[in-house]
Design a protein around this ligand. Sequence first.
Ligand code: NAD
Length: 541
Amino acid sequence: MDSITAVPTPRNEPVLSYAPGTSERAELEAQLAAYAAADPVEWIGSTHSSASATSEWLDVVMPSDRRHLLGRVAQSSRSDARGAIDQICATAADWAALDFDSRAAIFLRAADLIAGPHRAKLNAATMLGQGKTIQQAEIDAVAELADFLRFNVAYARQIHQVQPQSVAGAWNRSDYRPLEGFVYAVTPFNFTSIAGNLPTAPAIMGNVTLWKPAVTQHFAAQVFLDTLIEAGLPAGVIALTPGHGAVVSEAALVDPRLAGIHFTGSTRVFQQLWQTVGTNIAHYRTYPRIVGETGGKDFVLVHPSADPAGVVTALVRGAFEYSGQKCSAASRAYVAKSVWEKIVDELVEVTNGLSVGDVRDLSHFTSAVIDQRAYLKLSSAIEEAKASPTAEIVAGGQCWDDPGWFIRPTIVKSSDPNSAGFTTEYFGPLLTVYVYPDSEWDSVIDLIDSTSPYALTGAVLATDRAAIVTATTRLRQAAGNFYINDKPTGAVVNQQPFGGARASGTNDKAGSLWNMMRWTSPRSIKEALLPPRTIAYPHMA
Ligand code: NAD
C-alpha cells in the first residue's frame, strides 16, 4: 500500500469496577469457576520439542490454595532453546519485510481482544496463577497490557517519522531497521502486562523474540500468546520458551545472533546476564542492546506538614496492594514524629483490618504471596524483626502456609535506619518505618538517598511547598518515578513512563518512545540526485 498512514490515536484502557451486580463481575466469576474446575493443563510453550517424554515438568498452582494444580509447564532443555532460536531467526527476514501497518494491525487487534472478548480470561488466569485480586489483575493484565500494545504502535510510528534533512542534490532518509539477530525477553512473575510487553515491544519494531517467562506467570502468559496467535501473529516471531532461566540462557547468551536483551526481574539475575554478555562480547555479530528494569527499595518521605489522612492511604495502598509484590511498592517510610503520633492508631487499625484470602472471594483486599520461596523469605524477615532489639512489629506479623502462602500486611517500626528493613528488597507486604524527629528533616533526605543501592520509585508527602521543592531537588537521582502527595505505585503508560536507575535498571522507560528506540538500528541513506562528475576541487585551480 502506498500511503503514509496514521495509526489509531491510543487512549488508556478504562478500568472496570467489578462492583456487585455489574456484567463484568458475572462474566469474571463464571470464568474463574470454569478455570478452577478444569483439569490441569499441560503447557509446552511454542517449542514443540519440549513436549518430549524426557522433559522436566513444573507445577503451576494457585498461591492462595497451593494444592490446587492449574497446570504443568514443560521446561525447555538447552537444545529446545537452541531450536527455538533457529526457528525465530529463520522467520526474521519475512517479519522484517512485512510492512509496518500489517505488523501494527496484529498488535492493535490483540489489544482489542484483551480489552474485549478475552478480558475475563486474562484477568482470571492472572488472578488464579499470580494471586491477584480483580482490581490488581484488571489494572495489569487488561488495562496496562492493552495500553502497552496500543501506545507502542503509536511510538513506533512516531520514530519512523523522524527523518533527516535533505539538501539540494541529495535525498536523505532514515531506515529504521530491526536489530540483526533476535531479542531475548526474560520476564517476571508479578505483571502479566510486563510479561506481554517485553517480547512484543521489539516485535512491533520488526524484531523476532525468544520469550522466557517466569513459571509462576505461565498461565496468563499462555493466554496472551494464544491471543497474539488469534490476532494473526505469524509462527516463529515470538517463541514462548518456558524453562529454567539458567538453562535457556546457556543457549541464548552464547548465540552469535543475540542482538538484545529485554529483561525485568531481580537485580541479581540482570547483573548475571550482563556479565555473561560482557564475557562473550567478541563473539556476537552485533553489540547486544541491554535493557533491564530490576529491583527497588521504594520510599515514602513524610514531612511534618503532610496531611495525616493522605499518609495512611498512601502507605497502606503503596505498601500492601498485591501484597507488596510490585517493584514500585513502598517498603521503607520515613515519617516525621509529629505526624506519626497522629496517624499510628489509624494506620495500625486499617492495616490489621485488611482482609487477606482466596482471590476467588472478591471481597478481599489482597491475597497470598507467589510461592514457597517468597513465603520463607518473608516469614523469616518477620521473625528476625520480632527478635531484633531495634525493631518493633506495630501491625500484622502473622504468617500461615495453609491453604496458601499467606503473610499478613506487616509494619515494622525500626530505630536503626541502616538495618535490613531499609536496604533489602523483600518483595512482599512488609513496610519498615523510621520515625525521625521533625528537626531532622534535612538529614533524613540524605539518609534516604544513601541507604539503598536502588533508585526506582519514591514519594514525598507534604503541604509545605518549600519542603516539596527541597525533596524533589535533593532526591533527583534517588527515583526514576517520583510522586508528590501520592503513593509510589500505579504508573500508567503514557502518563508516568516507568523505570529506575542505579541498581534498579537501565531506565529505558517501559512503554515509551525511549524504550522503542532501543529495538531499532537506524540506517542512514543518502541518495545523490545529481552525482558529482569531477574530482577536482576549486582550490586546486
Ligand atoms: P527473578 O529475577 O527471580 O526472575 C525474573 C525472570 O528471570 C524469570 O523469568 C526467571 O525465570 C528468570 N531467570 C532467573 N534466573 C535466570 C538466569 N540465570 N538467566 C535468565 N533468566 C533467569 O524476578 P521475579 O521474582 O520474577 O520478579 C521480582 C523481581 O522483579 C523484583 O526484584 C522486582 O523488583 C523486579 N521487578 C522490577 C520491575 C521494574 O520495572 N523495575 C517490574 C517488575 C518486577
